[in-house]
Design a protein around this ligand. Sequence first.
Ligand code: PLP
Length: 401
Amino acid sequence: MHSLDDNISHRVRAMNERVAGVKEADLYFYNQPVSELRGGASVLINGREMGMFASYSYLGLIGHPKINAAAKDAVDRYGTGTHGVRTLAGTLTLHRELEETIARFKHTEAAIVFTSGYVTNLTVVSTLVGREDYVISDKLNHASIVDGCMMSGAKFLRFKHNDMDALEDRLKQCPSDSAKLVVADAVFSMDGDVINLPRMVEVCQKYGAWLMVDEAHSVGVLGKTGRGIEEHFGLEGTIDIKMGTLSMTIPSVGGYIAGKKDVIEYLRHASRAYIFSAALPPAQTAAAKVAFEVILAEPWRVEKLRANADQFIKGLKARGFDTLLTETAIVPVICGEDEAAYVMTRYCQRHDAFVLPVVSPAVPVGLARLRATVTAAHESIEIERAMDVIEAAGKEAGVLK
Ligand SMILES: Cc1ncc(COP(=O)(O)O)c(C=O)c1O
């Protein structure tokens, strides 16, 4: 029997007391089940139809008839599981087709898929670098990158968010003959701003560092055809390790790395999450493959997302909100204290706009926010209505005067 006064008990109690306090104040909004996804722009939650402003389905591809049909067909042909790791009995022709599609989409020689984006970062960073090496990470990188850096055992250095002089200072600290991996989000998941790729590429090349970029929120969002951050900056072929997820713009689940053939072949034979975890299921693999094709076949979606994001950012700023430096579909609406973010969320959800609060430790103390998103599925009038609700919520919570 464990002691009731050890560290584990303290951790469990502290978290549960925090959650219970928020629930008692009727300010808890996490883990609510969605019962219907009505085209992605609205959802049914607790019997209420709400405008959906917290979704990652940036191009509105969730429920797309071609993608659904591909998933159903895959179930008919292969069933619902793979019953094996990729290396042994788990590889289907569908996996190969998806990897070839991703490589074409990302303009790389090859690609490899894993069963989640989180696991992709964890396993890839820790497979590329080890104890003798250096890994250098933007301070606001996603938790999966941070966890990969820590798991790798490499010397872990962090640089001030999106500050390329700070990155250069870090690289100067590394011995010139050491292996160095620089890693950053393309679009930051809590702030929506875009990494300064041109300077980052220049600095990495100057110091002989490998560059890995996480495009979870950039595929479908950045670049004229939605191909991501290299297309956005006109810098094709400058990132060594292009990581992405199959769970945001792509309405499936999983993660991928696109890059040179030799690196992909290495990951296929050295990354533990590929070798020791079951392969992506058939329906999710087929859905992801067709989704990449739909992005290219329906370019209006990328244009509409851009127009919607523009309207949302400009409209919220005009109403007096601080939206940090976002340029994308992720729009932080800064509330300040956690309580203000909870009160705004409650007001919005009671007025049928589904937004969610993000509080510390996911973001710094004092920068609690609504992490609102728009997608290509929204119509301009729906965005306008949601902004009116958010404005009224801001007044209710004292965030706006
Ligand atoms: C930047 C970033 N990378 C990786 C992930 C993990 O991806 P997944 O949800 O597909 O596991 C996320 C998820 O929130 C993310 O925002």
